[in-house]
Design a protein around this ligand. Sequence first.
Ligand SMILES: Nc1ncnc2c1ncn2[C@@H]1O[C@H](COP(=O)(O)OP(=O)(O)OP(=O)(O)O)[C@@H](O)[C@H]1O
Ligand SMILES: [Mg+2]
Length: 217
Amino acid sequence: MSQPLLTAVNLSHSFDYMLFENIDLAVYPGESIAIVGRSGSGKSTLLHIFSTFLKPNTGSVTLLGHDLYTLKDDQIESLRRYDIGIIFQFHYLFKGMSALENIDVATMLSGEDMDQEILEKLEIAHLMAHKTSELSGGEQQRVSIARVLSKKPRIIFADEPTGNLDKETAELVMDVLGDYIEKQNGALVLVTHDENMAARCNKLYTLEEKALSLNEN
Ligand SMILES: Nc1ncnc2c1ncn2[C@@H]1O[C@H](COP(=O)(O)OP(=O)(O)OP(=O)(O)O)[C@@H](O)[C@H]1O
Ligand SMILES: [Mg+2]
């Protein structure tokens, strides 16, 4: 069996109080997993830990074969630039730039080419010349998703990526993410409050009472 792209062992984290304890998780190539749970249960915090941006109080994270807490700064930088893709609920497009220029920034940094097919599937190919400020919220969100995919990351972390979208457009985004994972033999870790989106993933976990549990179907 292939090695997991992400392994978390015995993660615990607290801010003012204990958020979660003893969390274990493995995500394999080709897999999509969804994490659901009440607001404030710690889902975004968990994503920040998985994606190198926060160190937990205890535990270890292995991402694409690298033990995160033994890496040097430039190795972390390289993982962020080339290997992981992060889709936030609130996308951060550069406002004065066009959609295409926003995507170009990512492809220049990673040295990859944008996949035109993805732009077409996301129904934003015709918007490339438009300035960010001329796009609707949902269009901006899809441009930001295209920008993340244009780097060709192996593992994608997405925090409510379909939050601003109608059901049909949300399904479209999930189709694109699913196709992408399959093509790259990558993985998706999705945090969502949307049961339909969660149900489309291979595995569904719930974060509650400080623990992460796998829902058996
Ligand atoms: N940097 C921080 N410093 C202190 N407390 C924090 C910090 N980040 C998050 N918290 C607290 O940790 C808890 C979990 O936050 P988190 O954002 O992980 O929740 P969530 O499950 O993603 O919620 P939502 O579904 O509303 O997005 C919250 O009570 C929040 O106030
Ligand atoms: Mg959150």
